[in-house]
Write a protein that binds this ligand. Structure first.
Ligand code: 13P
Length: 343
């Protein structure tokens, strides 16, 4: 394990007031998101869109790393520079999503488990040669009356830990992402109960696989009610419940926790992150963001495939990144939100 490399990467990622952009949507996912803004998804439109994001002027003031999809890692920006090189020139670290998506775990209520361990070490070496310094693996957990099951929790924890150990062995910092989905009707209390169980299992597996916690990024979901739950938790309730569960389960050795947005509105994701940092300035970990939708929703809508809109889209992206960076130090207020005008 090359500790020096891991140390250098985590030092750049765990910077107070900076976050990570997740721009690693699979072709299927980004195709759905582009279709929602009437834009065709081709290798070229995906390249143009991701070029727009990474070439946003001054984005490096707020973003410390960008998670890329494999397709983008091997693509060039519109000026002909490979994406990882472009990012490094801006002092932004390139990362890579390495899991191979979800499959059904037999003998469960159709619960999902993440695949991608076969050949992972060779892939990591290849990605590293292309410039990737960190990686991402996402496990998902759906809440219902009897899920997630202990079988799904333990199987996903094992996958996350084996992936994280493989990353560190290759000098790559792993983003460990256990995502509790918010699509159902669960209460915030039920989400707290599940989050505690899931995180406990994840850190137990990381320990068994001898993963060095000093060199990981934890990317959890916030503790929040499901979208179909009639009792909507307030910002303060989400912040308090999330911090309570993180304090119970995440060792202080973890340098940084970068939340996913998980389907919250951009404003909610920012306000909730801010409330946690404002409520507890003395936390053992850096508390920041690694959002996809909450950073990209407005720029994607404004751009919708038209190059005349690039500047406006970049402005909207920069604005969201700036607000989230303020939230990462507890200095955001709702009054900073401007009306977004969609083209
Ligand atoms: P969202 O912020 O849209 O949840 O995406 C984060 C991510 O990387 C999901 O894997």
């Amino acid at each position: 394990m090359n500790i020096k490399e891991l140390e250098a990467t985590i030092k750049k990622l765990a910077v107070k007031g900076k976050g990570i952009l997740a721009a690693d949507e699979s072709a299927a996912t980004i195709t759905k998101r582009l279709a929602a803004v009437n834009t065709e998804s081709t290798e070229e439109t995906r390249r143009a869109y991701r070029d727009l994001l990474v070439t946003t002027p001054n984005i490096n003031h707020y973003i410390a790393g960008v998670i890329l999809h494999e397709e983008t890692l091997f693509q060039k920006t519109l000026d002909g520079t490979p994406f990882p090189e472009k990012l490094k020139a801006l002092d932004i670290l390139p990362g890579i999503k390495v899991d191979k998506g979800l499959i059904i775990l037999p003998n469960t209520a159709d619960e999902q488990v993440t695949q991608g361990l076969d050949g992972l070490s060779e892939k990591l070496a290849e990605y590293k040669a292309k410039g990737a310094c960190f990686a991402k693996w996402r496990a998902v957990y759906a809440i219902s009356a009897n899920t997630p099951s202990m079988l799904a929790i333990k199987t996903n924890a094992e996958g996350l830990a084996r992936y994280a150990a493989a990353c560190q062995a290759n000098g790559i910092v792993p983003i460990v992402e256990p995502e509790i989905l918010i699509d159902s009707d669960h209460t915030i209390e039920r989400c707290a109960e599940v989050s505690e169980r899931v995180l406990h299992a994840v850190f137990n597996a990381l320990f068994r696989h001898k993963v060095q916690l000093e060199y990981i990024v934890l990317k959890p979901s916030m503790v929040i009610n499901g979208k179909k739950c009639s009792a909507k938790a307030t910002t303060e309730q989400v912040a308090l419940a999330t911090l309570t569960i993180l304090r119970r389960t995440v060792p202080a050795a973890v340098p940084t926790i970068n939340f996913l947005s998980g389907g919250q509105t951009p404003e909610e994701a920012t306000a909730n992150l801010n409330a946690m940092n404002a409520m507890s300035p003395q936390l053992p970990w850096n508390l920041s963001y690694s959002y996809a939708r909450a950073l990209q929703e407005y720029p994607m809508k404004i751009w919708h495939g038209d190059k005349n809109n690039i500047q406006a889209a970049q402005q909207a992206f920069l604005e969201r990144a700036k607000l989230n960076s303020l939230a990462a130090v507890g200095k955001y207020t709702n009054s900073m939100e401007k009306e977004v005008s969609l083209a």
